[in-house]
Design a protein around this ligand. Structure first.
Ligand SMILES: Cc1cc2nc3c(=O)[nH]c(=O)nc-3n(C[C@H](O)[C@H](O)[C@H](O)COP(=O)(O)OP(=O)(O)OC[C@H]3O[C@@H](n4cnc5c(N)ncnc54)[C@H](O)[C@@H]3O)c2cc1C
Length: 479
């Protein structure tokens, strides 16, 4: 194949190509290798593996897969190490731009990177693991000019957690999905004032746990049945107009309120990234936004498998991993036998989401001590004792009592790093600290500069702010 200037593309042949080096792609590649496939290639457009997890520096990942609560970069690092252990080749900084399915069943991938130029890779089987992207402001039809200061929450997360840059100082967050809630806390910890989170529905799509730990912990108001009807400012955002909505989600005249801010973050949903999938001629499922697949995650007998957020948006990375393992195993089976057994594992339904409805978060406590995630009620009795119900194990009871009497949190943040790759190194406290000490921890780490190499688990600061908790690196940065 030649590019448009007539240059010949570098040709390669592999048994299995995996597009996307996020948690889905990595787990699929590892599973296929463990099923005996030697010739695997992972293609990733970013400069490092790990996908969206690299910017998700908060904890809450891995309770199912590793029976531990990890941050996003820690979770990713475990799979990156497996990739290295299995010596699976990965092409980084490599963008896949085209896919073609041939009548004889082979697939051709067109990709490009700065080192090798255009690559043409022929693969016997394919795993699609390109993740998803955020719904932008344009999709929300918000009137107003296009001033600076409007971002999707995930873009703001990238600025703060990887590039070490603050997108603004006074923010309104539109949409109460988990990314928006997490960014409300993150911006607050970095010194910004988050005015409120405005949600058009009469409930929040975010996890209850995030409502409590990201909004209530920091006194950030959540306005339900509220939307943004105008963004003010020509060069830079100067404020927004919010309005209440009726049951048809239409703004109610006369309920407008002006809110001053220099930043608007949109957290209004994720869309599976399927431009490449469409090029294969795959049918799309309008309910998930992903391709139509068989129970074994295969697109209509093509030897092309899809998993992770490209297939449907997952809330929990553990489900992504589980699904991707099936995709990798099934791809291995397909390479060997040209078809799948009837009992091939596959699609992982998202667990019903533990969403927040007003009045619930105040007395309901969701345990984070183990994967059961019990929804518990805790109340103080007349004799001063605390009655806990809804817990499946004693850990739940201990957690509920502590939440009611003296809540503790693991603090996650970033410190500066002198690296060619990134400006911020993710860190966390070695154990939970009293909620009231969070600002002290943030102050204690604010001036720290780290020189690479640094690995997950390295101690960055001992006994931060006299809390007894050390500050540990949750990222591995070698350059
Ligand atoms: C802000 C946020 C917070 C979250 N919080 C939690 C949490 O607390 N707990 C939890 O369990 N889960 C959480 N999740 C969910 C979980 O992180 C995701 O479901 C999971 O990371 C999805 O994995 P993936 O591999 O499908 O996609 P991604 O991680 O997005 O990986 C896709 C990869 O494909 C690459 N790619 C895409 N297109 C191409 C192309 N054309 N060529 C080459 N490479 C390409 C991308 O660069 C990317 O690296 C969160 C997600 C987000 C966004």
């Amino acid at each position: 194949m030649d590019d448009r200037r007539g240059r010949c593309a570098l040709k390669r042949k592999v048994q299995l190509a995996v597009i996307g080096g996020g948690p889905a792609g990595l787990a699929a590649a590892v599973a296929a290798r463990e099923k005996g496939i030697d010739d695997i290639l992972v293609l990733e457009r970013d400069m490092r593996l790990g996908g969206i997890l690299n910017q998700c520096i908060h904890n809450g990942f891995g309770l199912h897969t590793f029976r531990e609560e990890l941050t996003g970069p820690e979770y990713a690092q475990r799979y990156i190490e497996m990739i290295h252990r299995h010596q699976i080749p990965c092409l980084l900084n490599t963008m896949v731009t085209d896919l073609h399915y041939h009548a004889d069943g082979t697939k051709t991938i067109t990709a490009m990177n700065r080192k090798e130029g255009i690559l043409s890779i022929e693969a016997k089987a394919l795993v699609l693991a390109m993740g998803c992207r955020e719904r932008p402001r344009g999709a929300m039809n918000t009137p107003g000019f296009r001033p600076a200061g409007i971002y999707t929450a995930g873009t703001a997360q990238l600025y703060v957690n990887i590039m070490g840059q603050m997108p603004g100082r006074k923010a309104v967050i539109v949409g109460s999905g988990d990314i928006g809630l997490i960014m409300a806390r993150r911006m607050t910890l970095e010194g910004a004032k988050v005015q409120m989170v405005a949600e058009i529905m009469n409930y929040s799509g975010g996890l209850k746990r995030n409502i409590i730990q990201c909004l209530q912990d920091f006194d950030i108001p959540l306005l339900l049945s509220t939307t943004v009807v105008d963004i003010k400012g020509k060069e830079r955002v100067e404020g927004v107009t919010l309005a209440r909505v009726d049951e048809r989600l239409k703004p109610i005249p006369g309920t407008e309120q002006e809110v001053e801010c220099d930043t608007v973050l949109y957290s209004t949903g994720l869309i599976p990234e399927n431009e490449l999938t469409r090029k294969l001629g795959a049918g799309m499922d309008p309910s998930t936004g992903g391709p139509v697949v068989s129970r074994g995650l295969e697109i209509k007998g093509m030897g092309v498998f899809a998993c992770g957020n490209v297939l449907h948006v997952h809330d929990i990375v553990d489900h992504v991993t589980q699904e991707a393992c099936h995709a990798g195993e099934n791809a291995a089976e397909w390479i060997r036998y040209g078809s799948l057994p009837e009992d091939a594992g596959g699609f992982i339904e998202s667990a019903e989401k533990n969403v927040y409805r007003p009045g619930e978060a105040e007395d309901r406590i969701t345990c984070i001590r183990c994967p059961n995630g019990c929804g518990m009620t805790a109340s103080r009795e007349k004799d001063g004792s605390i009655l806990v119900s809804g817990n499946l194990c004693p850990k739940g009871k201990d957690y509920a009592i502590q939440e009611l009497t003296d809540p503790h949190r693991t603090v996650t943040s970033t410190v500066r790093i002198e690296s060619r790759e990134v400006a911020a190194l993710p860190v966390k406290t070695s154990r939970e600290v009293a909620k009231g000490r969070i600002p002290d921890i943030i102050r204690a780490i604010s001036g720290i500069r780290v020189k690479p190499p640094v690995r997950v688990g390295d101690v960055i600061l001992k006994d931060a702010a006299g809390t007894g908790a050390d500050i540990l690196s949750t990222g591995t940065i070698l350059l």
